[in-house]
Design a protein around this ligand. Sequence first.
Ligand code: AMP
Ligand code: MG
Length: 326
Amino acid sequence: MQGESSLYDFAMGTAFSITLYKHGQYKVLDEIFTNIKTIENLMSVNIPSSDVSRINAAAGIEAVHVNEKTFKVIERAIYFAYLSGGAFDPSIGALTSLWGIGNDNRNDSRNDYHRIPLQDDIDKILSLVNWRNIVLDSENNTVFLTQEGMALDLGAITKGYTVDRTVDIIRNAGIKRAKIDIGGEIYMLGEKTDKTPWRVGIQDPKGVHGGIIGFIQTGETSVVTSGIYERFFEKDGIHYHHILNPFNGYPADNELLSVTLTASSAMDADALSTAIFVLGYENAGFLFETQPGIAAIFVFKDLNIKMSGDIDFTLTNKAFNSAMQE
Ligand code: AMP
Ligand code: MG
């Protein structure tokens, strides 16, 4: 028996939990905690001194020198914006501020309340959402947003990035087995002691927090979900959630309730799950061809479930139907 060392805390507006399957690893947990806080302090739109806030404040004015971690995340975000034809767009910050969905619980002076914006405002703000107007200079590590009022929001990729860096720390410490959960973005590292597969529950996107539709069995992998249930509000019977469609400015509205991805990189899974959620099941197919390592579980509004790629899913919630789909 090797024992466990665990850490539960709160950062990036979300809860996180780290379990290392080794006794007494407090130094490693300290390093993980410090690293999560460092990333939050660099990339949060809710911290005025963060790299992202400084970039946003200088939009249309000047290029801003940033930490190389921030630079790398923005570079990767732009890659996924390109790959997804703009469905994932890290320059969506002005639009997410306009809606304010999910900001209510954040320690945040930017936007205290969600709202349904006026169509005129959406139309104006949409012209400020365009990842092609993010100018990177990799020699000097600077970032420039070419239009005044434009803003970055890395909320769809930073949790995944943080999970991957946490995995690096755990590996470097020589720890073989661990479970990482940062705001529902999960990484199962190594093998279980008895060599049986890990089990990861897939959240019921219609249920209250904690309810699951089933579970996957897997070796080492990240498990990342984008869905309508994470941050939302309801008005006049309409559900407005936090994943916005950059093409029309409204919460992404298609046949999906959620999409869960498994991949070796949580950052890639994070960006791609958001992109796939915006694109919808039919239109997202091409992304799987470019990313052969990923697999997916799609949960549909009609309560059907489909899978893509190599994934071992067991349905336990009788309200949903499962049909294998390669
Ligand atoms: P996720 O939960 O990973 O799908 O990310 C959703 C978060 O990313 C939202 O709370 C916003 O901060 C931001 N976001 C919303 N829509 C998009 C989009 N189309 N592209 C990139 N980021 C987005
Ligand atoms: Mg994401």
